[in-house]
Design a protein around this ligand. Structure first.
Ligand SMILES: Cc1cc2nc3c(=O)[nH]c(=O)nc-3n(C[C@H](O)[C@H](O)[C@H](O)COP(=O)(O)OP(=O)(O)OC[C@H]3O[C@@H](n4cnc5c(N)ncnc54)[C@H](O)[C@@H]3O)c2cc1C
Length: 379
């Protein structure tokens, strides 16, 4: 691995801890109950600089590397998975792809307000009939004399109700497969772009999940992100970074569930409870190490495909296992609606699905292990 520069992650983690104690933990239960993140908290996230993490100051961002970002996402998610996921989506699958693929003009117009936290970002790839296989998406675009016209439906889009900037993926012709797909930046208030519905969810409540409809959405030529036909590369690159972010959110939930479990067990408790703690600790330690490795590898500038997938797979599994074991340890109070153990289990259950399901991570890992890319020897 290439040498990685020292990270400013420790300072960011401390800032996130103090922010969480004052601004997130006190409203975490309310966020879940009301399925809404308060406006004051959103403003606080922007003021603390978390919405500009990983974006250079030249675009009004706050710097910080991948290790700083995972530290912040983990701390936010320890208190509220919804808050962690809002920031993870805003950064990893909207702002950072614009930074990577955008022209200076696009960064000036779209990235600046995202980095300042004046607008929230979203990523719209999934469709009612295209989830794990995004190359089969059906949202169409065509060219006209003024640019592009988009038509289609996107579903399960995080931050989809409040987002000011949405990355939308569409195909010129489904028969072209992945070569037909392009990425577009859709700004706020675009005519024909609307929220069709907002889904009520089992967990991660407070994180908006919406169906978006594009009907004769007209975009100027400068809305195209990357070259025409490069959209799937933009999407897959974004999802790779997104997996590291989501893994750190899952890690935060796993840590919260573990801390709750430990606080409920004493030395005198039954042996099985102590065994559960030992096993959960091992799961947590694996997830922590893999998230750190993925972030470090990302900061090194080298390929981190396997690291992102294995971190996402193990951290989301750890979150579900530890939160589930936490309900066992808590006993009947653990299943009471609104109890901390119950909320953590509901939140944890969403992680294996988002940003590529567990089965998709297994496919990515198997493919890269059997046919290593870049000459890497996975053994
Ligand atoms: C809370 C939430 C937030 C989300 N946020 C976003 C977002 O912001 N932007 C966005 O674009 N999407 C978002 N999604 C969508 C998410 O990425 C998809 O749900 C996910 O990719 C799975 O797609 P699908 O739901 O169509 O399931 P399918 O692809 O139909 O999969 C169904 C099941 O089959 C399995 N499966 C599918 N293909 C294979 C295969 N080849 N081999 C083995 N198993 C397979 C899957 O693992 C899964 O268990 C979100 C989803 C949720 C639940």
């Amino acid at each position: 691995m290439s040498p990685v520069l020292p990270s400013d992650a420790r300072g960011w983690r401390e800032r996130a801890r103090s922010f969480v104690a004052h601004s997130v933990a006190p409203v975490a239960e309310q966020i879940d109950r009301e399925d809404r993140i308060p406006d004051a908290l959103l403003r606080g996230l922007a003021e603390a600089g978390f919405l500009g993490l990983g974006i250079p100051p030249e675009w009004d961002g706050n710097g910080g590397d991948a290790r700083a970002t995972v530290a912040v996402l983990e701390e936010l998610s320890r208190a509220s998975a919804a808050v962690g996921v809002l920031v993870a989506v805003h950064l990893s699958v909207c702002s950072l792809p614009i930074l990577s693929w955008g022209t200076d003009a696009q960064c000036g117009e779209f990235l600046r307000p995202l980095a300042r936290g004046e607008q929230i970002g979203a990523f719209a790839l999934t469709e009612p009939n295209a989830g794990s296989d995004p190359a089969s998406l059906r949202t169409r675009y065509s060219r006209d004399e003024n640019g592009f016209v988009l038509e289609g439906t996107k579903t399960f889009i995080s931050n989809g109700v409040s987002a000011g900037v949405v990355l939308v993926f569409a195909t010129r012709d489904p028969a072209l497969g992945h070569r037909g797909i392009s990425a577009f930046i859709v700004p706020p208030g675009t005519a024909g772009f609307s929220v069709a519905q907002r889904f009520d969810k089992l967990g991660m409540r407070g994180s908006e999940t919406a169906e978006l409809v594009l009907h004769e959405v007209r975009l100027p030529p400068q809305s195209l992100l990357g070259a025409e036909g490069e959209g799937l590369r933009v999407a897959l690159g974004a999802l790779q970074g997104g997996r590291v972010g989501i893994a750190s959110c899952a890690l935060g939930v796993a840590e919260a569930a573990f801390a709750l479990m430990v606080s409920a067990v004493s030395r005198e408790d039954a042996d099985w409870k102590r065994t559960v703690i030992a096993r959960s600790y091992a799961d947590l330690a694996s997830a922590r190490a893999l998230v750190a490795l993925a972030a470090q590898r990302k900061d090194s500038g080298e390929s981190y495909v396997e690291e992102a997938s294995v971190a996402k797979l193990v951290a989301s599994r750890a979150a579900v296992q530890i939160a589930s074991a936490g309900v066992d340890v808590a006993g009947p109070t653990g299943v009471r609606a609104g109890s901390p153990a119950e909320r953590l289990l509901r939140d944890a259950r969403v992680f294996p699905i988002v940003e590529g399901t567990t089965e998709i991570q297994e496919l990515i890992l198997a493919r890269n292990i059997i046919s290593p890319r870049d000459g890497r020897n996975p053994l």
